[in-house]
Design a protein around this ligand. Structure first.
Ligand SMILES: Nc1ncnc2c1ncn2[C@@H]1O[C@H](COP(=O)(O)OP(=O)(O)OP(=O)(O)O)[C@@H](O)[C@H]1O
Length: 239
């Protein structure tokens, strides 16, 4: 089973800026959640809090695995956070990265071969596996970063704008990869500024100026905001 994260009236200041203001959200287990909002809305802050990389000033985050409450330390062991700018080792090849993460996660060689083979195939990275990370294109670099975090089969996967600056084909491949692993064993939260991507999420949480202003399925949000095109969601809200 995957992890559920319940965000309860969480506030967080970043420097002097109130980045989040009494935010509540339920990230139910086993589905793909989209978090959308304009620049500075608080998406990254919410994601880092959910990953346990930041501590809330007030409020609480509760986690459940298989319906049972678990502690942050247990959550960290089964969570992967993919930052906006993944930092890989420029001199190490793709394969060397995967081997490095194999050792980090203590994955047995046979299992590693199965998982890495699957990941290389799904991303179209097999022909480039010996190429150094520093010599990959922007899209390939992100795919490698995503493969490294997926190798451990996390139960909670947090992706911060994973496809920003990536060409359309690689964007599709990254999403195919995400959906390949989405399911009852993995909860996925994606920050995105692409509305077509948000529309493909099972549930979308709309952040604005540090507050959640709406959440629901894309269809529910289209009805709530009285729009015909999901991309208009902020145009309508700003009026
Ligand atoms: N380290 C920091 N010091 C000061 N202010 C910060 C810091 N990090 C974030 N902020 C501010 O907190 C607010 C929320 O930032 P956050 O990065 O969470 O937003 P975001 O929705 O992810 O934006 P973007 O889409 O631009 O990445 C913004 O006003 C930002 O300027």
């Amino acid at each position: 089973m995957a992890v559920e994260a319940d965000i309860l009236k969480v506030s967080k200041k970043m420097g002097a800026t109130p980045a989040l203001n009494r935010v509540s959200a339920v990230f139910e287990a086993g589905i793909v959640h989209g978090v959308i909002g304009p620049n500075g809305a608080g998406k990254t802050t919410l994601m880092r809090l959910t990953a346990g990389l930041l501590t809330a000033d007030s409020g609480q985050i509760k986690y459940k695995n298989d319906g049972k409450e678990i502690y942050l330390q247990q959550v960290k062991n089964i969570t992967a956070y993919f930052p906006q700018e993944p930092s890989l080792y420029p001199d190490l090849s793709c394969m060397e990265h995967l081997e490095f993460f194999r050792d980090l996660y203590s994955i047995e060689q046979k299992e590693f071969e199965k998982r890495s083979g699957e990941l290389l195939l799904a991303t179209g990275m097999e022909p480039f596996k010996e190429r150094a990370a520093g010599k990959l294109s922007g899209g390939m670099y992100k795919k490698l970063g995503l493969m490294c975090v997926l190798l451990n089969r996390p139960k909670l996967l947090l992706l911060d704008e994973p496809t920003i600056g990536v060409d359309p084909l690689s964007r599709q491949q990254l999403w195919d990869l995400v959906y390949k692993f989405a399911g009852k064993d993995m909860t996925i939260i994606v920050n995105t500024s692409y509305m077509d991507e948000a529309e493909r999420c099972a549930r979308v949480h709309v952040l604005d100026k540090g507050s959640v202003i709406a959440n629901g399925t894309p269809k529910e949000l289209i009805e709530k905001f009285k729009i015909t095109n999901f991309a208009d969601i902020f145009l309508k809200h700003d009026k």
